[in-house]
Design a protein around this ligand. Structure first.
Ligand code: C5P
Length: 397
C-alpha cells in the first residue's frame, strides 16, 4: 500500500500521457496523494482539468506563476513529495535532466529536488535507440535516477520496437520498490575499485590501466537498490560515488586493511585491479641515475584481498564476488580462479586491448557461479552494474 505517500507526478508531452491519468487513479486507489505537474507539451495530450480532477489536487504548470511562488516555491514543491515520478519521460525531458537544465517548471523541479526520481521513458523506437538518448540514459542511471521500461511493442506512430511506456501496474510496482527504499535496504555492501599504486620511490610507482568506472558504477547501482555502501578505492580516474562511505587508499596492503576494517558486510564485490606485487626495497628518497647501472628492484607478492575475505572462517560476507580480467581462455581461467580463491561468483571479462574494455565505457562479462557460466551481452558498464546489483539483491535480500 502507498498510504500516506506523496508523489509528485510530472507528465511530459507524449502520447502515453493518457496512461498517466489511469496511473493517478490507481495511485489514489492505493492511498497515495498525487500532486500533478504538467509540461506545456504534456498539455497537448491531456487537459489540465482532467489531471487535477483525477488527482483531486492543484495542478502546477508554470515556473513563473507568482501566485504559486507566493503559496509554495518551486524548491519547496520539489522537496514536498516522497518520490518524483516522470511519466511519460520524453527524450526531451531526459536530455534536459541529463544536461542539468532548468528552463521550465518540470526541469527546475527535477534539478532542485533532493528526493529520489523514477522515470518511465516513452518515445519512438529510433529516438530511444539514438546515441544521444543512450548517453542520456547512462548519465541518468549513473546519477541514481530509477528507470522503469520502456517496453517493446507496437507504437502509436506505426513503428515497432522498444519505446512504449511501461504499463501502469509496472510503474506502480517500481514506485512500491522505490518507496520501500529498494530490496537492499538495511544491507551493507563493500565494494573495492580502481587500481592500486605500489611505490618504487616517493615519485614513481607501479600501476595498471584500471579506471575505476566499473567499480564506481557497481557502488551506485547497489545504493540505488537501498544498500549502504563502503567504497574502498585506489587512485581512480573517476570521482567516487558521493553518497557512499568512501575510503581512499594507494597500495594493496592499505586496501586489505580498509576492507578488514569495513566488515561486517552482507556482500563484498572486489572490482579493484590490485597490483600483484609490491617493491620491497622501495626507495625512501628518489632513486637517482647515478651511472652505476640499473636499480635492482626486489618484489614481493601482495596479499590477495579477495582470497583472504573469501576464505575467512569468521565474519565472511554471505556473498563474495570477484572479477577476473583475462586476455586468454577467459572462462576456463575465471572458473579455476573462482575455485582457487573461494569466492561465490566471478565476473569474468576479456581485457585484450582490441576489446577496448579496460579503461573503456562498455563491458562484456560472463557471470560464473555454482550454476555455471552465463554470458551477458556487451553493454555499458552502468548497465552491467545495474544487472549485477539486481542479481546480488536476489541472492542476499
Ligand atoms: O588474481 P587476479 O588478480 O586475476 O584476481 C582478480 C580478482 O581478485 C579481482 O576481483 C580483484 O579485485 C581480486 N584481487 C584482490 N587482491 C589481489 C589481487 C586480486 O582482491 N591482490
Amino acid at each position: 500500500m502507498l498510504a500516506d505517500k506523496h508523489i509528485l507526478l510530472i507528465v511530459g508531452g507524449g502520447i502515453a500521457a493518457f496512461k498517466s491519468l489511469d496511473l493517478v487513479r490507481r495511485l489514489r486507489d492505493r492511498g497515495a496523494r498525487v500532486t500533478p505537474v504538467l509540461t506545456s507539451a504534456g498539455a497537448q495530450f491531456v487537459t489540465p482539468l482532467s489531471l487535477s480532477a483525477l488527482a483531486a489536487s492543484k495542478l502546477y504548470q508554470e515556473l513563473f506563476d507568482l501566485n504559486d511562488e507566493a503559496e509554495m516555491g518551486h524548491i519547496e514543491l520539489s522537496r514536498s513529495a516522497d518520490l518524483i515520478v516522470v511519466a511519460p519521460a520524453t527524450a526531451d525531458l531526459m536530455a534536459k535532466m541529463a544536461g542539468g537544465m532548468a528552463n521550465d517548471l518540470a526541469s527546475t523541479l527535477l534539478l532542485a529536488t533532493d528526493k529520489r526520481v523514477l522515470i518511465a521513458p516513452s518515445m519512438n523506437v529510433r529516438m530511444w535507440e539514438h546515441a544521444a538518448t543512450r548517453r542520456n540514459l547512462a548519465t541518468l542511471q549513473s546519477d541514481g535516477i530509477l528507470v522503469v521500461g520502456p517496453n517493446e511493442g507496437d507504437m502509436a506512430c506505426g513503428e515497432y520496437g522498444p519505446g512504449r511506456m511501461a504499463e501502469v501496474f509496472e510503474i506502480i510496482d517500481a514506485i512500491d520498490t522505490a518507496l520501500a527504499d529498494g530490496p537492499l535496504k538495511g544491507k551493507h555492501v563493500l565494494v573495492t575499485s580502481g587500481p592500486t599504486h605500489e611505490p618504487i620511490d616517493p615519485v614513481r610507482y607501479i600501476a595498471n590501466r584500471s579506471s575505476g568506472v566499473q567499480g564506481t558504477a557497481i557502488a551506485k547501482a547497489m545504493m540505488a537498490l537501498g544498500a549502504k555502501v563502503t567504497f574502498v578505492t585506489g587512485p581512480a580516474d573517476v570521482a567516487p560515488p558521493s553518497s557512499a562511505d568512501v575510503i581512499q587508499v594507494q597500495t594493496a596492503q592499505e586496501m586489505l586493511a580498509a576492507v578488514k576494517a569495513a566488515k561486517p558486510a552482507d556482500a563484498a564485490i572486489f572490482a579493484a585491479a590490485v597490483a600483484d606485487w609490491h617493491v620491497v626495497n622501495a626507495g625512501v628518497r628518489k632513486i637517482k641515475k647515478d651511472g652505476n647501472g640499473l636499480p635492482a628492484l626486489e618484489f614481493a607478492e601482495n596479499p590477495d584481498i579477495l582470497a583472504t575475505v573469501s576464505q575467512m572462517t569468521e565474519g565472511r560476507p554471505r556473498l563474495v564476488v570477484g572479477f577476473a580480467a583475462e586476455t586468454d581462455d577467459v572462462i576456463a581461467n575465471a572458473t579455476s580462479k573462482r575455485k582457487r580463491k573461494g569466492c561465490d561468483w566471478i565476473v569474468a571479462n576479456d581485457v585484450s586491448p582490441e576489446t577496448g574494455i579496460m579503461g573503456g565505457s562498455e563491458n562484456a562479462v560472463t557471470l560464473i557461479s555454482d550454476a555455471g557460466a552465463e554470458a551477458w551481452p556487451r553493454m555499458g558498464k552502468m548497465a552491467v552494474a545495474t544487472q549485477l546489483a539486481k542479481r546480488i539483491a536476489e541472492a542476499i535480500a
